[in-house]
Design a protein around this ligand. Sequence first.
Ligand code: MG
Length: 395
Amino acid sequence: MAKRVSVLGSTGSIGRRVLNVVATLGEEVEVVGLSARHNARLLLEQARAFRPAAVGIADDRQSFVLKPLAAEGVDVCAGEDAAEAMATLPRVDLVFVALAGFAGLAPTLAALGAGKDVALANKESLVTGGKLVRNAQRAAAARIFPVDSEHAALGQCLDVCQPGGVRRLILTASGGPFLGKRREEVANATPEQAMAHPVWDMGAKISVDSATLMNKGLEVIEAYWLFDMPWDRIDVLIHPQSVVHSLVELADGSFLAQLATADMRLPIQYALTYPERRELRFPAARLELASIGRLDFARPDADQFPCFGLALAAGRAGGLKPAVMNAADEVAVEKFLASEIPFGALAGVIEATLADAPDGEIGGYDDVVRADRWARRRAAEAAAEVASRTRLGGR
Ligand code: MG
């Protein structure tokens, strides 16, 4: 029987790749729902190609574009809850959460609450509300398939390990475009430079997060929740070739690693066909180790990447701190991409926000939303202070 999927964030960088892979799997996968934030034209195109039962658009000013679909028998849902509606469609088995940022938390919880398995390409939902996501997953006995190359790698390694036989998880990091440069050298780097990732082709936000190594800090928190591993047993190694996607150190000192080309379609396909492995039906480069020649590993330089340390500290502090840190990062990156603050100010905005953040535990989803909103306001103030000092702002 076909696996019936809903793809949230189908017009984004990961969502488009999910649909590319789905198209090669033929009858095996049926697309039941699609949702997007505001790219209604591409959503319309995707709906015509994949014939889902329903589509959702978060920005209801764009919903007029989708009007013709109603006459074609497709349910069209518009408004803030569109992704959640697509996450809970009764016929869906697997929900692909491919939207970016904090917006991923609510639909992830909705999908798990409705008993769906989740292919999770949204790390922010675990960073901000990991406790809620884990509780919802356990209550529903649902599966989460990580669609983040490192966590997909760890999941594949852990699948063949005895529980209790694992000493340490080691996430690899490419180091991004500024690896080896001093902080002062990149303080005024442009958005284009920060987004020019040497290995991965990704969306704007995650590309900037990779340049600051914030992305790896978020991924440590993601691993903590996904794999129930204590903080001091999750490590990070810089590995510029991005061939080894992550490693597991076992009790006897042996290591297991997963190696592959840097192509997100691999973990996407694996989430869709799990536990089976299929030959790829799309053109993809084969991993040729002899032509790569060498694999390098190094410890991350805390001084070069202050955002990495901020993320780890917030993760360890727990409670609402990771949600505050995440919101501050989303705001800081947005301001940087709009050329309102320099690259070198990203860490300062996050640090200033965290310094003022009240302590608090996560009682429920509303607590996380409040922390997120508070942090966005505080981070915007911190960014405005930076902008007025550096006179980069002034719009
Ligand atoms: Mg990753």
